[in-house]
Design a protein around this ligand. Structure first.
Ligand code: NAD
Ligand code: IPM
Ligand code: MN
Length: 354
């Protein structure tokens, strides 16, 4: 029987509530598919910071490296600056393991109401492919005269030909693999940011030329935000820089009905390092500790992990169980208009899997 070693970082806020539910689902599906998961839990995050002054220990990356995958909840605490928590945990993992492709599906499930009128289940079905290691998140910059009246802050975006080319290639390959609308939309802002986004646009055209069967479209990010609302059904694969992809993926989550349904994978497509699987949402301090957070984003994220671990049948079964719970419509958390608890929703998924 094959055993997969999974590093688990439940993290902060609702992360600690959704990850245990995802683990229950993983354990149940493993039994059915004759594999097993060896979970290695790491109690890193805001609690670790309060005790030790850092979000994760110095050798953390080395501890994660041998794992088959990383399953992460959320990071962020209202009492600690976000740049401290996120630059101390989530972002260094993405960069250390060169998880350059952040894949964020947006699918409107049957039984879920989109806040946009006129969309039926299955009618919205696209994936945001977000560059995950450079761009606006390159962490190049600094302060001059910090806290002085003449203070200067510099935050430089970094676009490399290698970085842009590989995310474009990934997006086109995904459009081929999905075999749906066969369309890749590139998100740009080259009208204002002609250097970085100029390289982005040129590379998009170069890579597109290698995929004559894939339709292409290039949208300025401001217009794209509007088109996400006006014609979400038209999108298939949307490729965006780190920041634009971040913003548009929350918009996409809103369109499909809830942050509580948005899954994501931080992939090293070359499989040199472990990939990391985390829901799109954060630690949601406004609802943390109440037992009402929607666990489905974390459960769908676990399904993405199964797919990456080359267990496609297991992944499909989990996804189908989630779809069935949503279509049934009775058991749902308050974000979807229900009154059920986090655990009750996970129970319903487990029942479908049984
Ligand atoms: P958030 O995603 O945590 O929450 C946004 C809104 O969506 C809140 O109203 C929240 O209650 C709701 N929501 C989110 N997930 C939900 C779920 N599963 N079920 C039901 N409702 C859900 O974003 P935020 O409030 O902007 O950020 C909170 C903290 O999380 C910040 O510290 C931020 O930096 C951090 N953050 C971390 C990650 C991550 O770890 N990947 C992602 C985003 C934000
Ligand atoms: C996400 C989050 C992170 C990001 C933050 C918390 C740094 O918003 O995963 O979408 O911007 O990448
Ligand atoms: Mn985000």
């Amino acid at each position: 029987m094959k055993t997969f070693t999974i590093a688990v970082i439940a993290g902060d806020g609702v992360g600690a509530e959704v990850i245990p539910q995802g683990k229950r689902v993983l354990e149940a599906i493993a039994k059915k598919h004759d594999v097993s998961f060896a979970f290695q839990d790491f109690d890193w995050g805001a609690g670790h910071f309060a005790r030790w002054g850092r979000m994760m220990p110095a050798g953390a990356i080395d501890l994660l490296q041998p794992c088959d995958a990383i399953y992460l909840g959320a990071v962020g605490h209202p009492q600690i600056p976000d740049h401290t928590t996120l630059n101390g945990l989530l972002l260094p993992i993405r960069r250390s393991f060169d998880q350059y492709a952040n894949v964020r599906p947006a699918y409107l499930y049957h039984g879920v109401e989109s806040p946009l009128a006129g969309h039926k289940g299955g009618g919205i079905d696209f994936v945001v492919v977000r560059e995950n290691t450079e761009g606006e998140y390159a962490q190049v910059g600094g302060f001059l005269y910090q806290h002085q009246p003449e203070e200067v802050a510099i935050q430089t975006a970094v676009f490399t030909r290698r970085g842009v080319e590989r995310i474009m290639r990934f997006a086109f390959e995904l459009a081929v693999k999905r075999n749906k609308k066969k369309r890749v939309t590139s998100i740009t802002k080259s009208n204002a940011q002609g250097y970085g986004m100029g390289l982005w646009d040129r590379t998009f055209q170069e890579v597109a030329a290698r995929y004559p069967d894939i339709e292409t479209e290039s949208l300025l990010v401001d217009a794209a935000a509007m088109y996400f609302i006006r014609r979400p059904e038209s999108f298939d694969v949307v490729v965006a820089s780190n920041l634009f992809g971040d913003i548009l993926s929350d918009l996409a989550a809103g369109i499909i009905g809830s942050m509580g349904l948005a899954a994501s994978a931080n992939l090293d497509p070359e499989r040199r390092y472990p990939s990391m699987f985390e829901p799109v949402h954060g630690s949601a301090p406004d609802i943390a500790g109440k037992g009402i957070v929607n666990p489905l984003a974390a459960i769908l994220t676990a399904a993405m992990m199964l797919e990456h671990l080359e267990l496609p049948a297991a992944a499909s079964e989990v996804e189908a169980a989630v779809a069935a719970v949503l279509a049934h419509g009775k058991v749902r958390t308050p974000d979807l208009g229900g009154t059920s608890s986090t655990v009750a929703v996970a129970d319903a998924v487990l029942e479908k899997l049984a």
